[in-house]
Design a protein around this ligand. Structure first.
Ligand SMILES: Nc1nc2c(c(=O)[nH]1)N[C@@H](CN(C=O)c1ccc(C(=O)N[C@@H](CCC(=O)O)C(=O)O)cc1)CN2
Length: 300
C-alpha cells in the first residue's frame, strides 16, 4: 500500500494564508495588531532555530513580534520579572518561553507566572484544566496541529483505536485527552497511552488505527510494529548527523521507510508535525488578540 503523505508544510501554508488575511482585517477594522513575545534562554541550537522560525512566521503574518534572548545563566528571578513585564504590556497578547529551560530554572514556576490569558502555548494549569473539561482555552500547539492534520486528511477519528506513544505534558497527555473528548470534527476516539512503563508495547501499537508517536527517540516504531492501513503521526524531530555542508540530518521517532509500506497515511519528518506547531502558535496568538479586543474568539 502506498501511504498518503500528510504534509504539515502544505497544511501550514494554507492556514498561514488565512491567518495573514485575518491579521490584516483585525488591523484595518479593529485597530488590533496581534503581539507575540518569544523568550529564549541560552543558545541550544534546536531552540534557537525554533524561536527564529516562530519570529520569522510572526513577522510574515504581520504581527507585532518581540524576541527576548537571555543568557544561559540568567536568574529565575529575572526571567520571572520579564514575564511580569509582558503580562502587563497591552501590545503583547501572547507570551512564549521556549522549552527546555536550563536546570537552575523551574519550568513550573515559569509556566505558572504567565497570565493564562496570554498563555499561547496552553501550558498553564488554568488552560490545561479547561482543556480537560472541554471549555474554550488555548490548546497546546503540537496537539492542536495534530488534530488539524487529522481533520484535513479526513481521517475517521470517532470510534478509532488511537495509541499514543509518550506521556509528556506538551504532546502525549494533551493529545490523548483531546482525542477522547466528545469533540468535533476530531475526537470521540478510544485512546491508549504507552510509555516507558508499558509492558507490551507491540501489543498496543499493532492494534492502533491511529498511532501518534512522541517518544523522543529516533525510529523506535518500525514497520513490523504496526498493522496494515494504520494512520501514523510522527512527532519526533531527532538530529542524527550533519551533511558535508553542515546541515542537520533529521529523522522522526518512526522508521518512515518501513512504516510507510503498511500505513494508509503518514506524516514526514521534516515537514510534518513540526511546521504545524509553529502555525498553531500563530493561530493561538491571533485568537488571544481577538479575546483581548473583546471580539469573538475560540479561546474564551
Ligand atoms: N514553549 C515551547 N517549547 C517547546 C515546544 C512548544 O510547543 N512550546 N515544542 C517543542 C519544539 N518546537 C516548538 O517550540 C518545535 C519543534 C519542531 C519544529 C519544526 O518546525 N521542525 C521542523 C524541522 C526544523 C529543524 O529542526 O530543522 C520539521 O519537523 O519539519 C518547530 C517547533 C519543544 N519546545
Amino acid at each position: 500500500m502506498a501511504a498518503k503523505i500528510i504534509s504539515g508544510k502544505e497544511i501550514s501554508q494554507q492556514i498561514r494564508e488565512k491567518l495573514k488575511k485575518e491579521v490584516q482585517e483585525l488591523k484595518e477594522k479593529h485597530g488590533v495588531t496581534p503581539g507575540l513575545v518569544t523568550i529564549l534562554v541560552g543558545e541550544n541550537p534546536a531552540s534557537v532555530s525554533y524561536v527564529t522560525a516562530k519570529q520569522r512566521t510572526a513577522h510574515d503574518l504581520g504581527f507585532h513580534s518581540v524576541q527576548e534572548n537571555l543568557p544561559e545563566d540568567v536568574s529565575e528571578e529575572n526571567l520571572l520579572s520579564l514575564i511580569k513585564k509582558y503580562n502587563e504590556d497591552p501590545t503583547i497578547h501572547g507570551i512564549l518561553v521556549q522549552l527546555p529551560l536550563p536546570k537552575h530554572i523551574s519550568e513550573q514556576k515559569v509556566i505558572y507566572a504567565i497570565d493564562p490569558r496570554k498563555d499561547v502555548d496552553g501550558f498553564h494549569p488554568v488552560n490545561v484544566g479547561k482543556m480537560v473539561i472541554g471549555e474554550p482555552c488555548f490548546i497546546p500547539c503540537t496537539p492542536a496541529g495534530i488534530l488539524e492534520m487529522l481533520a484535513r486528511a479526513d481521517v475517521e477519528v470517532s470510534g478509532a483505536e488511537v495509541v499514543v506513544v509518550g506521556r509528556s505534558n506538551i504532546v502525549g497527555k494533551p493529545v490523548a485527552i483531546l482525542l477522547m473528548q466528545k469533540r468535533k470534527p476530531v475526537g470521540n476516539a478510544t485512546v491508549t497511552v504507552c510509555h516507558t512503563g508499558t509492558k507490551d508495547m507491540l501489543f498496543h501499537t499493532k492494534r492502533a488505527d491511529i498511532l501518534i508517536v512522541a517518544a523522543g527517540r529516533p525510529k523506535v516504531v518500525t514497520g513490523d510494529m504496526v498493522k496494515e492501513g494504520v494512520v501514523v503521526i510522527d512527532v519526533g524531530v531527532n538530529r542524527i548527523g550533519t551533511t558535508p555542508e553542515g546541515k542537520a540530518i533529521l529523522c522522526g521517532d518512526v522508521d518512515f521507510d518501513s512504516v510507510k509500506e503498511k500505513a494508509a497515511a503518514i506524516t514526514p519528518v521534516p515537514g510534518g508535525v513540526g511546521p504545524m506547531t509553529i502555525t498553531m502558535l500563530m493561530k493561538n496568538t491571533v485568537e488571544a488578540a481577538k479575546m483581548w479586543a473583546g471580539l469573538p474568539s475560540e479561546v474564551g
